[in-house]
Design a protein around this ligand. Sequence first.
Ligand code: ARG
Length: 273
Amino acid sequence: MTGTPRREPTPRRYLMCEPTYFTVEYSINPWMNPDEPVSAELAVKQWTELADTYRRFGHRVDTIRPVPGLPDMVFAANSGTVVDGRVLGARFRNPQRTAEADHYRRWFLDHGYRDVVMPTAVNEAEGDFAWTGRLLLAGSGFRTDPGAHAEAQEVLGVPVVSLQLVDPRFYHLDTALFVLSDDHIAYYPEAFSPGSQRVLARLFPDAIIANAADAECLGLNGVSDGRNVVLPMEATHLAERLVHAGYEPTFVDISELRKSGGGPKCCTMELRD
Ligand code: ARG
């Protein structure tokens, strides 16, 4: 018996955007129902608790100012992929979100990033890209164009593994898979095509496998610092699996943000400087 590995957290830096102007007034994924009421006030409260959770773990949280009329700007993960201080920005699939990309581009330039490239292909950034420390896992099927995968490899200089998403509820890679620690991931196999499932099983034989209940509360939209794993509070099965593997889950309430199809990870861009 080898026992449970000891999991060490590493300090992180995150970029977040307060959901001051949060609404659901258009529908670009199956979670969004413009007829269901949403409260920006409650969204701000949940978002603030998420940011405070990161700070409690000793992580640095930077913020970008929200812009009226861009209700999805809270989902910071969609606006940039940063690896080793290099930034690949975003190009959104849906016109309702197009303008977000430039606000983030300017944030990067104003905060000392010199190497900022804007993509030519549709690219929803960390919504569809997950850095494992060795590989950049890249999703497509609903938002990010497969051509953006090759572009990411070229711009960021990291090996990219393309994965095919097949369930519209899990329209971004980060709704179906997340990185726990170097080269260790959790994912929901059914969100991927058969070939992509085989690729994941081959690359990550010791991955944590989530079930349908985990996926349906956006439990795969977690954020890990290598030990502490921030999860939607409904993801109890996944949390149990994580404890077995030596991680420490922390629950947050994201009920309001989920009405837009987002969870903790969507609200969190990692700045890997
Ligand atoms: N309403 C947003 C959209 O559909 C939610 C984005 C969630 N972000 C994420 N990283 N999955 O674009």
